[in-house]
Write a protein that binds this ligand. Structure first.
Ligand SMILES: Cc1cc2nc3c(=O)[nH]c(=O)nc-3n(C[C@H](O)[C@H](O)[C@H](O)COP(=O)(O)OP(=O)(O)OC[C@H]3O[C@@H](n4cnc5c(N)ncnc54)[C@H](O)[C@@H]3O)c2cc1C
Length: 347
């Protein structure tokens, strides 16, 4: 490989694809370089669904999610695919003050407290004693695999090519790849859990920590999609267990942030101890066809200390790290922001 492009995007996860689409929409000559084949399950973006929610306990995140929803609806219009299904989200909290109620109200977004018997009658969801359920109707799921398909339409994507080094030479960026070098006016690194070592080759220190998270799938007795459910940790504005609709099996569930530090180049199995904890929680909350999961898999988080995203430019190199387990829903706005940063790179 030896060619010049305006912008090279490293990584065809959801962040890279959204960025490349935004750049292509601005008429830029853009190539996406992906080390594996599209649709692989080694990073963070695979699987059928992710939670989409406006519900965040902080108003800034609520507003960002509102902007993302506008972006998803535009992508739905362009692609003809249904990408977001608003089946609702229920937050389970011990103290309503820990929920997203105030932040949602301050942004004018509907939410309401559900009595335990209402949650049972409307959604077959069991609310445990001592918990309050807050329903946010304009939430639910984003269809992850379909979102990939929608973002990548018409893009130039080179699969099976690993980027091994990046150097901003001033005027141009030299990109070393497993298929030879190329030059670009700007490079966007959306390499997920691989980003830190790659950016070190460009002397950029990205302080993130990859962990391998386990998720499990269950069959439900109810045919209707359940609302997504997020149960909060005590005394922390953080999700602990969560569950969401899965179109193949019925329910996907996990324990947020329970994964061990991970080397993304190693393939490791789901953690059986976590699967057991997830299964116990799911069987206490949901109407299951059978208590055991039908399957389990892993997925990598790329964690920042406060779950915020890193979206920044260093000369001609743009860094996009939007994970900590909640970045998928923001892909349309993250992609536009990273594209705008790439366009600001010095001429
Ligand atoms: C278990 C789990 C549950 C989640 N649940 C939710 C949720 O409910 N809602 C939500 O909004 N978000 C959720 N997320 C987070 C969301 O999935 C991530 O924020 C998002 O997928 C991150 O995408 P990415 O493109 O940054 O990274 P990735 O998907 O990891 O993409 C990085 C890509 O770069 C490629 N790459 C890396 N290095 C190189 C290289 N050197 N050369 C070429 N290619 C390279 C990789 O192969 C990969 O394809 C969850 C994540 C996990 C793991």
């Amino acid at each position: 490989m030896s060619r010049d492009v305006e912008v090279a995007v490293v990584g065809a996860g959801i962040a890279g694809l959204a960025t490349a689409r935004a750049l292509a929409g601005e008429g830029r000559d853009v190539v996406v370089l992906e080390q594996f084949q599209l649709g692989h399950d080694r990073g963070s973006s695979h699987g059928a669904t992710r939670i989409f929610r406006l519900a965040y306990p902080e108003a800034e995140w609520v507003r960002l999610a509102q902007a993302a929803l506008v972006g998803w609806r535009e992508l739905e219009r362009d692609s003809g695919l249904e990408l977001v299904s608003l089946v609702g989200l229920v937050e389970l909290v011990r103290d309503l003050a820990e929920s997203s109620q105030q932040a949602l109200a301050s942004c004018g977004i509907e939410c309401r407290v559900l009595a335990a018997r209402e949650a049972q009658a409307e959604f077959s969801l069991r609310v445990p004693d001592g918990f309050t359920a807050l329903l946010q109707p304009d939430a639910g799921i984003v269809y992850a695999a379909r979102a990939h398909e929608a973002f990548r339409a018409g893009l130039t994507i080179d699969e099976g090519i690993r980027v091994t080094g990046i150097a901003d030479l001033g005027g141009v960026v030299r990109v070393e790849t497993s298929a030879g070098p190329l030059q670009a006016s700007a490079v966007v690194v959306t390499a997920g859990p691989w980003a830190r070592p790659l950016l070190q080759t460009a002397r950029i220190d990205l302080r993130v920590r990859p962990t391998r998270e386990t998720v499990a799938y269950f069959e439900l007795r109810t045919p209707e999609p359940m609302p997504a459910v997020a149960e909060f940790q005590t005394d922390a504005h953080r999700h602990a267990f969560y569950a969401l609709h899965d179109p193949h099996h019925g329910l996907k569930a996990g324990l947020n942030g329970s994964g061990r530090p991970a080397d993304p180049d190693k393939n490791e199995d789901p953690d059986p101890g976590i699967v057991e904890q997830i299964a116990d929680w799911v069987s206490m909350r949901f109407p299951l066809e059978r208590p055991d999961p039908v399957r389990a898999e892993t997925c990598l988080y790329t964690n920042t200390p406060d779950e915020s995203f890193v979206l920044e430019r260093h000369g001609r190199i743009v860094v996009g790290s939007a994970c900590s387990g909640h970045g998928f829903k923001f892909a349309p706005v993250v992609g536009r922001r990273l594209a705008a940063l790439a366009e600001e790179a010095p001429a």
